[in-house]
Ligand binder design. Structure first.
Ligand SMILES: C[S@@+](CC[C@H](N)C(=O)[O-])C[C@H]1O[C@@H](n2cnc3c(N)ncnc32)[C@H](O)[C@@H]1O
Length: 233
């Protein structure tokens, strides 16, 4: 067995690796830092790193970078993690294995369990342990059913809207709002005007976040944070 040649590895600015997707022609994570994006954008802008019992809904499991960073944070803090990820084009195990991350041994042990289960391709696929629960649904979010009022955090992480527009559509954003707990936060790397309007129309309060406040060397300027009002119906 060998890695499909078209999944080209890219060394990102922080030293972590991502892959170029052969069909979409874009990388799975930011060229400016795959690990940094997972940590600073998805984990921290959603306040998942402070949550006592985080429930994360992810659009686009991809290479599991966001999952691994979130898992490691939760295990280090000793809090239970529930993680529900949607993915309509799962890669093979050997592709995932080309994107290692510097995890603690307990988090790496859980990740090895994910790699073993990933080969099964059943959906939903569930992995549970003392650390919490991962549920992977191999579904298209354009038609998937999300749980009601469930998520404390939403990681909106499809490919670039220019090549992968469906998951950014108003209908998906409205259903994501329906999946969020009061006070939940959504994070994403795109700050496109149509996305911001779609999120606001769905009910989120949207804020452009200047990366340079926390990452002075950042080459990308803005990320997006969206919040569900605490008083939501
Ligand atoms: C930017 S990558 C995600 C990277 C991932 N979050 C990580 O941490 O490695 C985008 C992912 O979204 C998935 N995706 C794109 N459109 C989708 C859709 N409509 N439904 C479900 N997954 C989708 C792609 O297959 C791809 O794996």
């Amino acid at each position: 067995m060998r890695l499909e040649p078209e999944f080209k590895p890219i060394l990102t600015d922080d030293g972590s690796t991502t892959l170029l997707h052969p069909r979409f022609g874009v990388p799975y994570s930011s060229r400016h830092g795959a690990l940094t994006q997972a940590t600073e954008l998805y984990l921290k802008l959603t306040e998942t790193h402070r949550h006592p019992c985080p429930k994360v809904l992810e659009v686009g499991f991809g290479l599991g970078v966001n999952f691994r960073v979130t898992l490691q944070d939760a295990m280090t803090r000793g809090v239970r993690l529930e993680y529900l990820a949607y993915e309509y084009l799962p890669v093979e195990r050997r592709v995932l294995e080309t994107v290692p991350l510097p995890l603690t041994p307990p988090a790496e042990a859980v990740w090895q369990g994910v790699l073993e289960g990933f080969a099964a391709r059943s959906s939903p696929w569930v992995l549970e342990g003392p650390w919490g629960r991962l549920e992977l649904r191999l579904e298209d979010v354009s038609t998937a059913v999300f749980p009601d009022l469930w998520a404390s955090a939403i990681y909106l992480d499809p490919f670039d809207p220019g090549v992968n527009p469906e998951p950014w559509s108003p209908g998906v954003l409205q259903r994501l709002f329906g999946a969020a707990q009061p006070g939940a936060r959504l994070a994403t790397y795109s700050v496109a005007g149509a996305l911001r309007r779609g999120l606001e129309e769905a009910g989120f309060a949207v804020k452009k976040v200047d990366l340079r406040q926390s990452l002075p060397q950042a080459r990308k300027r803005f990320w997006l944070q969206a919040r569900v009002p605490s008083s939501r119906a």
